[in-house]
Structures are given as C-alpha cells and as structure tokens.
Design a binder for this molecule. Structure first.
Ligand SMILES: [Zn+2]
Ligand SMILES: [Zn+2]
Length: 267
C-alpha cells in the first residue's frame, strides 16, 4: 500500500496497492493529462526525489517542493500569536519542513484557495493534531483524498481570527477562495489570492481564468462576482500563488484596474 501523487497536478490519493486509474483533476478541462499519459509517484518515490524548501516571500514565510513539482505553487504561513494559518498547500510534507513550521508556532488551521492546491493537506493537518482544513463546500467533489479534518464551509465568508477572513470569490472554481489578512503588509492589509486573481508576470496586474493551461477565459459575470467579493476588503498588497508573484504596494488600485482591463478585453 502507498499514497500516490499525480505527477501532473500534485493531487494526493488514498492509500492503495496500485496507482489510481484516473486523476479527475487532470481530466477536467481546467487541467490536462500529461502528453505521455497519466503518471504517479508513490510516497516513497516522491520522498526520494524531492524535498520541501522554505524561504521568506515579501515578509511572509513560504514553503514549496523542489525540484519544482506539478503546478509548482508555494504555500504561505500567516503567523499569529496562537499559531500559523497555512494558506494554500503543497503536494508534500517532510519531517524537516514540519519541524520548520513548528518553529514558527505550528499550524492552527489550513485554508486552500481551490482544488489545484489541495496537495498533501491531509499530511499537513495530521502533523499538527489534525488542524482543521477549510475548503469551500462548492468544491467538495474535487477532494481526492478525504480526511476527517476537512471542514467544508459554506456561504460567502468565514472568519478564522480577528485579522483573517476567508472570502468566497468563485471564478476559476465555484468555491474559489481568497484570504484577507487585515494585519498583513505592516497593517495596510494583504490579499492572498492563489490563482483566483492571479498575479501576472509584470506584477502590476492580476488576471482571471477558467483554465490557465488551456487558455479558457472567465466570463464577465464571474469576474464581476470576484470584484464584488473583494470590493469591501482593504489591502495594499497581493500575494499570488508562486514565489515572487506578488503586487508589493498599491494592490487595491491594481486590482480594480485589472478588473476594468479584463472586462474591456473580453467585451
Ligand atoms: Zn492530476
Ligand atoms: Zn488553479
């Protein structure tokens, strides 16, 4: 028996004697199956060929898998007095990385923007006394490795602490979630977006897509829905889903300009 991870998207599957036949995340039109067919790594093969690294990303500690694996996202650790909230997740947990996260105060919760970044959330939760994992219920069908710590939250927002609010924005996935961190950016507020509002390469705008690899744009109604969900939030900085993909300052204006630019482009 082993846990298998999908090489293309990083999704983890339950203990089984052989790799799964299919990866529903990859077979969805938002992703793709590798050109040479579906490939898997057992937990042991994964551990022998990859590691978890950590570094500071614009003042916030983050973790990622090296060499780059699957979608290549990094997760962030939003620190509070009583522990960290892990925002988004990565496909692997290692003893060294768990020790590192413990040195930051450990995990009190995990929250993930959307199913492409669910990764090894069960392993991370289990390492911290089954810390609750907040996933929007609209995307529950995409959980590939069920775990009792998963909390399928519903509605438009969920407050995790005085300073941390999950906001359902939809778009890329129906349950697409962003995290508002009131104390972020030295108190000016930060928005952590994964690829629900993805920071583009010039790092002055965000964009919105149904599928990134297959270039399926999001329609106007969905983009307006994201804009409406984000409108009440105050923030000066946006942290995207990959190392360095952040808008360091003036992000509220950049977000609004991005919505206008996008709607004009698809009009
Ligand atoms: Zn996959
Ligand atoms: Zn995605």
């Amino acid at each position: 028996m082993s846990l298998f991870s999908c090489v293309q998207c990083g999704a983890q599957f339950p203990d089984s004697p052989a790799p799964p036949q299919h990866c529903p995340i990859c077979e969805d039109e938002r992703q793709f199956v590798g050109w040479d067919g579906q490939k898997w790594l057992s937990r042991e093969e994964f551990a022998a060929t990859h590691r978890v690294v950590w570094r500071d990303d614009l003042g916030v500690p983050g973790i990622a898998v090296e060499p780059q694996f699957a979608i290549g996202q990094r997760a962030l650790l939003v620190r509070e007095r009583d522990g960290c909230v892990m925002w988004d997740c990565i496909p692997m947990a290692t003893e060294a990385a768990i020790t590192y996260v413990r040195s930051l105060g450990g995990l009190k919760a995990i929250a993930v923007s959307h199913p492409h970044f669910y990764g090894a959330l069960a392993d991370w939760s289990a390492a911290f006394d089954n810390a609750p994992v907040y996933l929007h219920e609209a995307d529950s069908a995409w959980v590939t490795r069920p775990h009792p710590a998963i909390v399928a939250w519903s509605g438009d927002c969920l407050k995790l602490s005085d300073d941390i609010l999950l906001v359902r924005a939809g778009g890329h996935f129906p349950g697409g979630t962003v995290l508002h961190w009131r104390a972020g950016a030295e108190g000016r507020g930060a928005l952590l977006t994964g690829d629900i509002a993805t920071v583009v390469m010039d790092r002055r705008f965000v964009s919105f897509m149904c599928s990134f690899p297959n270039y399926i744009p999001l329609n106007a109604a969905a983009v307006k829905g994201i804009a409406a969900a984000v409108a009440p939030l105050q923030f000066d900085r946006i942290y995207g889903g990959w190392w360095g993909r952040n808008i360091a300052g003036g992000a509220k204006g950049a977000f609004d300009a991005s919505v206008a630019r996008y709607l004009s482009a698809i009009a």
